[in-house]
Design a binder for this molecule. Structure first.
Ligand code: NCD
Length: 320
């Protein structure tokens, strides 16, 4: 699953309290359910997000070294809704462009009394390295290379839970560029921890998971076989930026073989939900009719991202 050595940064203190959110490995079902419960309580019965004062007087810095729309903005909105001060560090114009190391940049920001850092970086394990190197701050991993994307997996779990799905009984199909997907890697981890025993990975061989380590996981090359009677379909984008030239599929052939269209979706259970972390590429991995259709929860996932990020920040701050 991981291509680089990931440091062993500790994300729980000796009493089991979460001090960083780097990945979902090592977190118990109780930890995950606690984050989901706090997130759920931050959403009104009419679906509106609440505000909280939990992070009053705290400062959070967003450091996004890779492009992002949903994740960066929902982290910013989440920080504001918990009453924190938030800065989006302008990395294009920062001292990292003058060859300052990331650790030195972060020590400088820490001297500005930043309490929490949200980091996205193309290098696997970079947030873990930072967590080991800088004391007395909390690190939230917003996506490191192909390794992990814990808050995305948690918002995905919240979306599944909201549709009254029992994790121990569901069949989940994950379709597409699995090998390059930190979303899939953290999602599989979350599902396993929550007790899902039928996780189906559907992909062409070059994009398939290369480290199947569990009897809960099965691999398919045939999407029609893999989707049969499943409860949840998670679609993934082709992450061309992480592929070597030879592995980049022809988009229309890919859509013909792996795209989710209404006919294929009809093989899943009638109440199956369709998820996608975004950004979606219509006509490449998903047909517009499905993306905008009644089974799609793609935009609900975005809203849930705010609740899960608020909950994660509150828990790291010791306020929930
Ligand atoms: C994903 C990511 O960046 O890993 N998107 C996201 O965080 N919403 C998936 C992707 O880029 O395809």
């Amino acid at each position: 699953m991981k291509t680089d050595q990931i440091s062993n940064a500790v994300q729980l203190d000796p009493s089991g309290k979460l001090i960083h959110l780097l990945g979902l490995e090592g977190l118990s079902k109780e930890h995950l359910n606690h984050i989901l419960d706090v997130a759920e309580n931050l959403i009104d019965s009419d679906g509106k997000l609440k505000k909280s004062k939990a992070l009053d007087n705290m400062s959070i810095a967003n450091l996004f070294f890779e492009p992002s729309t949903r994740t960066r903005n929902t982290f910013e909105i989440a920080a504001k809704r918990t009453s924190a001060n938030v800065i989006n560090v302008d990395l294009e114009n920062s001292a990292t462009k003058k060859n300052e190391s990331i650790i030195d940049t972060m020590q400088t920001l820490k001297a500005m009394q930043i309490d929490m850092f949200v980091i996205r970086h193309k290098q696997n394990g970079l947030p873990h390295l930072v967590a080991e190197s800088i004391d007395d701050v909390s690190i939230l991993n917003a996506g490191d290379g192909v390794n992990a994307h814990p808050t995305q997996a948690l918002l995905d779990m919240l979306s599944i839970r909201q549709h009254n799905k029992n994790f121990e009984e569901i069949s989940v199909a994950i379709v597409g560029d699995i090998v390059h997907s930190r979303v899939a890697h953290s999602g599989i981890q979350a599902l396993k921890t929550l007790g899902t025993t039928d996780i189906r990975l559907i992909a062409p061989p070059p994009l398939q998971y290369n480290d199947v380590d569990s009897s809960s996981i099965s691999c398919y090359e045939d999407i029609e076989l893999g989707l049969k009677d499943c409860d949840v379909v998670m679609m993934l984008r082709l992450q061309k930026e992480r592929m070597i030239e030879a592995d980049i599929p022809n988009e229309s052939e890919y859509f013909d073989s792996f795209g989710l269209n209404p006919e294929r979706l009809s093989l899943a259970k009638p109440d199956a939900i369709v998820m996608h972390p975004g950004p979606i590429n219509r006509g490449v991995e998903i047909d517009s009719v499905v993306a905008d259709g009644p089974q799609s929860v793609i935009l609900q996932q975005v809203t849930n991202g705010i609740a899960v990020r608020m909950a994660s920040m509150e828990i790291l701050a010791g306020k929930s």
